[in-house]
Each structure stands twice: as C-alpha cells, then as structure tokens.
Design a protein around this ligand. Sequence first.
Ligand code: ADP
Ligand code: 5GP
Length: 212
Amino acid sequence: MSAARRGLMLVLSSPSGAGKSTMSRRLLAADPAIRVSVSVTTRPPRPGEVDGEHYHFVSQAEFEALIEREHFLEWARVFGNLYGSPRAPVRDAIDAGFDVLFDIDWQGAQQLAQNQFRKEPDADLVSIFLLPPSMQELERRLRARADEPEAVIAARMAKARDEISHFAEYDYVLVNDDADACFRNIQTIVAAERLRRPRQIGLFPLVRALLD
Ligand code: ADP
Ligand code: 5GP
C-alpha cells in the first residue's frame, strides 16, 4: 500500500520540434494519475486542433480580461501570441492527488516556480527540459512534422537557440535521441519525484499506525 500524496506540477519544456508533445501524449496515455493543463491562447487553431482539448482559443481582448481577473497561474507571449495556464483546474487536480503536466516555455516555467500554491522551495514543481541530439536533427523533425513555410521553420530554429539557453533553470535535462529511452527516463523521474517524503502526505498516519 502507498500513502496518500500531493500531486506534482510537472513542466516539460523544449525548443519547438524536440519532442514535448510526443512525450506528453505518451505520458498521459500511460499514466491515469496525470492530467494535462489545457492552456488558453490567442493563437489561431491549427488544422485538427480542438477547442477545449488542445487549447482554449480566445481573442486578445478575452485574454486580457482573463489576466485582469487573475485567471492565470502564469502567462507569456510566445511567437507573438499570448499563452496562459488557468489556475483553478491545476489547484483542484493537485489537491485531489493528481499530477498536472504543463507543456509551456521557459518563461512559464519560471513563473510557476514563483507562483506555486505552497511556498516551500520547489514544493510542487518538477521541471524537465528536452534537448534535441543536434540542431540538424531538430530542423529535420520540424520539417517532418508539418508542411510549414520556410520563414516559420527559420523562426522556430532561431527561437530554439533562445529556449535552449535556459536549460540550466530546469531540474532535469534529457536528450531526446531515442524516443523510447527518453520516455523511460521521464517515467523514472516521475516515479522518483512522487516518492519524495514531503509529497507523501499520508506518511504520518501510516507510520503512526505502524508504530502503534
Ligand atoms: P514539440 O512538441 O517539442 O514541438 P513534437 O513532439 O511535435 O515536438 O515532435 C516533432 C517531430 O519529431 C514529430 O514529427 C515527432 O514525431 C518527431 N519526434 C519526436 N521525438 C522523436 C525522436 N526521439 N526521434 C525521432 N523523431 C522524433
Ligand atoms: P504552439 O503554438 O506551437 O502550440 O506553442 C508554442 C510554444 O508556447 C511552446 O513552446 C509551448 O510550450 C508554449 N506554450 C503553450 N502553452 C503555454 C502556456 O500556457 N504558457 C506558456 N508560458 N507557454 C506556453
């Protein structure tokens, strides 16, 4: 039997194309204790993206009203669009013992570290940064994923350098070379972080019962 625990805020960041979405999908499919934080964005939906599932798509004015109402745990401007993580669903999930996965950039990861619900250093937050094995491979993956205009690929590659420069702000850094190996490493990190003593809030009654 394992003791009750508080949920984790699990942040996965990487330069675009390094494999965050792939790893997030696999993690969510493999682990029913993990929920995903669905962000709000002013970016228009891409083909196949569903409102409320991939993102909540809103106008700039709607996004600004949400900022005013302190709806976000963090928000940032990325590639000229606004993105933010709603506060309430995250708090509810964590209190219920679920882990919440965030696919957000380094600006969001920094803000989450400052805005955690508990104030102890690194109380609920575990951050993982994925690096591509090389810039050539990153570009190959960006091109393989979607038929995007040359200018968009160039902009993503330029932004990748900026994103990569923040790697040292993360708890864990993985090179996503072999996808299976990378996924196993993420699962290992999650398993170990769940077992950290301060997160196992059911330990005190359990140990008391053991010693009685
Ligand atoms: P991100 O969410 O970081 O932008 P994606 O998960 O969309 O990146 O991955 C970009 C492309 O690279 C996708 O076509 C995906 O299938 C592929 N990919 C992801 N991980 C690997 C890997 N380890 N080896 C080869 N291709 C990969
Ligand atoms: P995309 O438009 O390709 O879905 O996402 C672009 C970038 O925005 C990615 O790096 C993604 O991680 C980041 N992003 C998505 N949602 C959020 C969010 O809510 N907050 C922050 N800070 N970044 C986000």
